[in-house]
Design a protein around this ligand. Sequence first.
Ligand code: SAM
Length: 289
Amino acid sequence: MEQLCNISVVREVMERHNFRFSKALGQNFLINPSVCPRIAEDGVRDSEYGAIEIGTGVGVLTNELAKRAKKVVAIEIDERLLPILDETLAEYDNVEIIHADVLKVDLNRLIRERLEGMDVCVCANLPYYITSPVIMALLEQRLPIRSVTVMVQKEAAQRLCAQVGTRDCGAVTFAVRYYSEPKQLFAVSRGSFMPAPNVDSAVIRLEVRERTDLDVRDERFLFRVVKAAFSQRRKTLANPVSSILGLSKQRIGEVLQELGIKSTVRAEEMKFEEWILLANRLFEEKGHE
Ligand code: SAM
């Protein structure tokens, strides 16, 4: 539908369907017409692309993706939006709506069955209450996707795209760097949404790495160590890591020093490569037990 991303059009469609926003589902719909084309253009690099959208709302971004991609598979949890989407996407025959909770969808299967042979991107204005779980689900499963272009809260964008070894960094930041090259694209003010949220937003792109060439002994062990360390980020790293591994704090301190890292280091001070060195070394001592 032309001009869908316009406050009076969105309002009219919603009123006609007697639709009320659900705060619990993170429903802040875009009404700034310049934002969706930019997200869609960033993800869909050519007309042979397949696109996955998470959370359609009334279909403003879905429209822009459908114009550019070969096929769009859009996942929406709120059943009340389905009759609205029938109307707003009526002109496209390359859109499939899946009524489901994205966190319960087998995305590998979805890509295999519905987007076979296509380069695939994920684009979304994410429901903010599940930003991290969705991003982790997209990356950890090593889905065959090229990129993830998503709108998130401004603070989440800073955290997700932070450098490892800085104060904004958390366990998710490490994972994002491990699986992708993150980049902040542009800011979006709160006035671009209906209803307007209390925070500003930003669009980020994660360019997914095909495979990592990092020398990691055991991925699951690495992420166990990183998550444990960040779970108590104010403490020295030796504390939480010693308790999950059953090694003494003193031994962890010695290992850190052997690697040229101070024994009192905190999680947020660790550089990317240092995490890998540390996890590999601890795995040799502990992981294979
Ligand atoms: N893309 C639309 C836009 O930009 O106007 C809507 C964005 S709105 C921030 C988030 C959307 O995600 C809502 O339509 C909401 O119903 C949907 N949603 C919330 N939780 C979901 C979940 N677990 N799985 C799939 N969709 C979900």
